[in-house]
Design a protein around this ligand. Structure first.
Ligand SMILES: Cc1cc2nc3c(=O)[nH]c(=O)nc-3n(C[C@H](O)[C@H](O)[C@H](O)COP(=O)(O)O)c2cc1C
Length: 189
């Protein structure tokens, strides 16, 4: 198996990070891999805020958790079932924001490609990642009292929306990736 296929096969969602910080150089490497992703018409409709400020990461986590507790009973239960932690002690949070496009495919599609590039690049250099949809709750302008403040603090450009979070750190807990269900693939020859 070549290196790319090996990294794709072995990446997994890490839900336990150590307290060792992630270096600025590593964060630059993986976010650069992110923006090397393709996007519809080459629009690159994204903005990344790379947060390593401990206090700010914790504030975003707590705000997201408060919204989930109030508004997403099923999500709240899922978090409790996983031990009650939302960010798993991640040392960096990459906030991916997108500018809505009127293209055939939404900007979130492009953001997904960027996100997977970051996760694969991180895995290839020994870092763990977990894509975190729950983090978006913290930025919700109506549901979260802190939504506007977080967007300003992270300088999310006007008109862009927080789309997904990526948790990054040095793994202290590993797991097997999900089994690939190839039964959904059909060949027409
Ligand atoms: C858009 C998206 C949002 C996700 N949000 C969360 C999340 O908030 N918390 C979490 O622990 N995992 C989250 N995940 C991780 C998935 O649960 C995980 O990718 C899936 O169970 C497959 O497991 P694997 O990544 O280890 O192969 C998210 C994944 C995606 C693609």
């Amino acid at each position: 198996m070549n290196e790319v296929l090996d990294v794709i096969a072995k990446r997994y969602s890490c839900r336990g990070f150590g307290s060792r910080p992630v270096s600025r150089a590593d964060l630059e490497t993986i976010t650069k891999a992110g923006v090397q992703a393709p996007s519809s018409r080459g629009n690159a409709p994204w903005y990344l805020a790379v947060v390593t400020h401990r206090g700010l990461i914790d504030e975003i986590r707590d705000s997201a958790f408060a919204v989930i507790k109030r508004r997403d009973l099923e999500g709240h239960q899922r978090i409790l079932d996983r031990g009650g932690d939302l960010f798993y002690n991640a040392q960096a949070l990459i906030v991916v924001a997108t500018k809505p496009t009127h293209d055939l495919t939404p900007a979130e599609f492009d953001a997904g490609l960027l996100t997977e590039n970051i996760c694969l690049a991180a895995h290839s250099i020994g870092l763990g990642t977990c894509i975190c949809g729950f983090a978006t709750h913290a930025f919700h302008v109506f549901a979260s009292p802190d939504g506007e403040r977080f967007s300003r603090r992270l300088e999310i450009p006007y008109g862009y929306q927080m789309t997904v979070g990526i948790l990054v750190g040095h793994p202290v807990q590993t797991k097997e990736p999900h089994p690939a269900d190839t039964s959904v693939i059909r060949f027409f020859e």
